[in-house]
Write a protein that binds this ligand. Structure first.
Ligand code: NDP
Length: 451
């Protein structure tokens, strides 16, 4: 048996990498982990966590308006202080970074602050030093993708959005996925004028059609200009502003232009040319059921593999990988029924199949749905809808999809996802007593299928 410096060398200190390093080290293995940016990766530093803090911030403008109808007198109109939000957010992120560091240290992992490169099937180089490892794990995540158009260097991505010096009075967001929609609602809630530019006729491709249409309506009602079937041809600087020339020929100016057109795996210069690690055409690393790449001692998981670019998926993949290390068995990771939420205003959340997937997959299905105004808005008069939908496989009565648009939809769907994962039937939903008055109770009181 050759002897190695480490049993496992993890490259990337994000959700997946830290989980794998920490758990494996705590079981007594010699583990190294390298990170060239901040500990915690995208989720903690430039993604889920700071984004959610911004979502909280953006909701206050709605709450201030609503509060008046509940008898509150707010005095002079509230003002938003971007720098205070940004600095408070930075303080919290720094706290989380140190927690990640402590967890790794306490587990006994050796941490390297530096960019690691795989220089052999069992060799990693970091900070000018070469180390050997029985196994290497790539968990380097992803990075924003901005298409090559003239003036693209003038655009920001989500990486910069968290650190802007000045809060933009006007912003255009390009894209129609999670990040584009969430930031459109964040900027709108914080008081910016927002245009969203998306190249097809309706954003959130792959989501249930009813959710897509309804969130488009809600965003329009809040004053977000949705420019569908439109794309950017050229960007130029006009004094302090960015001028955006659209393919339709329209020219618009904004304080900022934000590209949210997807993310690509972060593999640049990650391994030496002599090594052939198979990748797909989009750059994501090809792995087998045991997260093993085309080089058997090198593994990969999380966004760099890109099965589902979600933090809880990366951490679950890390746990499955360690189980493979322990047992030698391949791990059939179940990518079905993974719930997710888009933190728009109001939230969207979803688990299981969409109606069009049910159709395409040949299900004989029924749809139960409801569309109503939240009790809270009986006093505020706010014209904001809640929508909930269950898709039921008729022969087995199993609920195979649940979709919701409404306040805290993510919190609601998380629990519904347990029922769906456990194979609950519509009758199980029906015999569950609701909590009154809540929005979530509607999921157990839907009695009549849509015609
Ligand atoms: P998405 O893949 O969700 O969306 C990318 C969007 O950009 C799509 O609308 C796509 O359009 C559009 N697009 C792609 N290429 C171009 C192009 N060349 N020109 C114009 N438009 C283009 O990516 P995001 O960046 O929003 O998010 C990345 C991933 O991060 C998500 O898929 C998700 O897994 C994760 N994430 C999760 C969050 C959550 O859980 N709440 C929050 C944020 C991110 P089209 O539909 O035509 O392909």
């Amino acid at each position: 048996m050759p002897s190695y410096d480490f049993d496992l060398f993890v490259i990337g200190g994000g959700s997946g990498g830290v989980r794998a390093a920490r758990m494996w080290a705590s079981e007594g293995h010699k583990v190294a982990i390298a990170e060239d940016q901040s500990w915690g990766g995208t989720c903690v530093n430039l993604g889920c966590v700071p984004k959610k803090l911004f979502v909280f911030a953006s909701r206050f403008s709605h709450d201030f308006e609503d509060a008046v109808h509940y008898g509150w007198e707010l005095g002079s109109s509230p003002k938003f202080n971007w720098k205070r939000l940004r600095e408070n957010k930075n303080t919290e992120i720094a706290r989380l970074n140190s927690i990640y560091t402590r967890l790794l240290e306490n587990a006994g992992a050796q941490m390297f602050n530096g960019r690691a490169k795989i220089v052999g099937a069992n060799h990693v180089e970091v900070n000018g030093q070469k180390y050997t490892a029985e196994r290497i794990l790539i968990a380097t995540g992803g990075t924003p993708f901005i298409p090559e158009i003239p003036g693209a260097e003038l655009a920001i991505s989500s990486d910069e959005a968290f650190h802007l010096n000045e809060f933009p009075k006007s912003i255009a967001i390009v894209g129609g996925g999670f990040i584009a929609l969430e930031f459109a609602c964040i900027y709108n809630g914080l008081g910016a004028s927002v245009d969203l530019i998306y190249r097809r006729d309706l954003f959130l491709r792959g989501f249930d059609q009813d959710l897509r249409e309804r969130i488009a309506n809600e965003m329009r009602k809040q004053g977000i200009r949705l420019r569908f079937n439109e794309d950017v041809a050229k960007i130029s600087q006009q004094e302090e502003l960015k001028q955006v020339e659209l393919k339709s020929g329209d020219k618009l100016v904004f304080d900022q232009l934000f590209y949210a057109t997807g993310r690509i795996p972060r593999t640049e210069s990650l391994w030496s040319d002599a090594l052939s690690i198979d990748t797909q055409s989009n750059g994501s690393i090809v792995v087998n059921d045991s997260f093993q790449t085309s080089i058997s001692s090198i593994y990969a998981l999380g966004d760099v593999v890109g099965k589902k670019a979600l933090t809880p998926v990366a951490t679950a993949e890390a746990m499955a990988l360690l189980e493979h290390f322990r047992t030698g068995q391949s791990q059939e990771f179940d990518y079905h029924n993974i719930p997710s939420a888009v933190f728009t205003s109001p939230n969207l959340a979803t688990v299981g199949v969409t109606e069009s997937e049910a159709e395409d997959q040949g299900f004989v299905y029924e749809v139960y749905e409801t569309d109503f105004r939240h009790l809270k808005h009986s006093l505020t008069g706010r014209d904001e809808r809640v929508y909930m939908k269950l898709i039921v496989d008729q022969p087995s009565d199993r609920v195979i999809g649940a979709h919701m648009m409404g306040p805290e939809a993510g919190e609601v769907i998380q629990s519904v996802a347990i029922a769906i994962k456990a194979g609950a039937t519509k009758s199980d939903f029906d015999r569950t007593i609701g909590i009154h008055p809540t929005m979530a109770e509607e999921f157990v009181t839907l009695r009549k299928a849509r015609d």
